[in-house]
Design a protein around this ligand. Structure first.
Ligand SMILES: *[C@@H]1O[C@H](CO)[C@@H](O)[C@H](O)[C@H]1NC(C)=O
Ligand SMILES: *[C@@H]1O[C@H](CO)[C@@H](O)[C@H](O)[C@H]1NC(C)=O
Length: 297
């Protein structure tokens, strides 16, 4: 299964390979997170996945010690009564935790990652792609965002949360892998490589990126059809001016960019402390890293 989906992907090769911790909220066996895992591995990165044992969508920043499982994990991806956490028996880099998205990525950062990386910490955290968007009012409730903010704020690891508007939950071993899963994986890997190639620190302190992909449909069906747009999470009516960009000092909102069509991907500079928009000189730092791939709308 892994070989088949890896072949279907166009590998996006990284200039530099880094240690990446990966989480999500739809569960460790959800197809979107596995396609992205395949693409990051194909790019040469050292990736460890640690996601919840089941769908924990909407659990925000909840964090609880994992309990013993009674039932099988989602899509029967682990047997019943298999303890509070576990890994794929032949892929120790694929882990589940019987708790919330934040708890799962915390175990990945503190335990599963260092075990496979000779005690070293992850250099970057990624979450998702979430099945469905995480825009503005959805952001505070999202476990995908919650896990990224835990990484960036509490664990001090630069973090990117990815979400895709094309929905439909599918198991990790679905065959053939639908185009949307492969396109989101390829796009997310392109952004990861761009951030890595921009050099350390990958993102300013306490910053996470909230990235939303529009639907994969119509004119937007291959990675090269999509364009990146710098956005804000919430409207900035009363906020200080944003960084000067595209002839304006107010960035568009992620909601208007995603609803506006045109194969535009929104990239918001989020504050990992409170999940709002960063509105200070850290915007310019991130803009400098992303400028080469951004378009104006
Ligand atoms: C996961 O949970 C969310 C929120 O409860 C729900 O909308 C979604 O349909 C669920 N997915 C599956 C596969 O059950
Ligand atoms: C575990 O890994 C094997 C080998 O890559 C794969 O065939 C299997 O589908 C995986 N199962 C899960 C639940 O990850």
């Amino acid at each position: 299964m892994k070989a088949a989906s890896a072949l279907a992907l166009l590998p996006v090769l990284a200039v530099q390979a880094v240690r990446i911790i990966q989480g999500n909220d739809d569960g460790w066996a959800e197809l979107y997170v596995r396609s992205f895992n395949d693409a990051l591995n194909a790019a040469g990165h050292n990736v460890v996945l640690s996601g919840p044992a089941e769908n924990k969508s909407g659990s925000s920043s909840r964090d609880e010690e994992p309990k013993d499982r009674t039932e099988a994990c989602e899509y029967s991806s682990c047997p019943a009564k298999s303890g509070p956490f576990g890994a794929n028996s032949t892929r120790p880099d694929l882990n589940w935790v019987n708790s919330y998205p934040v708890t799962a990525i915390k175990y990945g950062i503190n335990t599963f990652g260092p075990k496979l990386w000779s005690g070293k910490a992850p250099e970057l955290a990624v979450t998702g792609p979430n099945v469905g968007t995480n825009l503005w009012v959805q952001v505070p409730f999202s476990g995908t965002v919650g896990a990224a903010c835990y990484a960036a704020h509490t664990a001090k690891i630069p973090a990117i949360a990815f979400s895709g508007a094309s929905s439909g939950n599918l198991a990790w071993n679905t065959s053939p892998v639908p185009t949307r899963s492969l396109v989101y994986a390829e796009l997310a890997t392109i952004l990861v490589n761009h951030i890595v190639d921009s050099g350390k620190p990958y993102l300013p302190d306490d910053v996470f990126l909230n990235v939303n992909f529009p639907k994969v449909e119509g004119k937007c069906t291959k990675a090269s059809d999509f364009k990146w747009v710098l956005t804000r999470i919430n409207p900035g009516v009363l906020s200080a001016p944003d960084v000067e960009w595209c002839g304006d000092d107010r960035l568009p909102t992620e909601t208007e960019v995603i609803l506006g069509g045109g194969c535009h991907i929104s990239v918001s500079i989020g504050d990992a402390k409170d999940k709002t928009t960063v509105n200070d000189d850290r915007q310019a730092t991130v803009l400098a890293k992303l400028k080469d791939i951004l378009v104006c709308v």
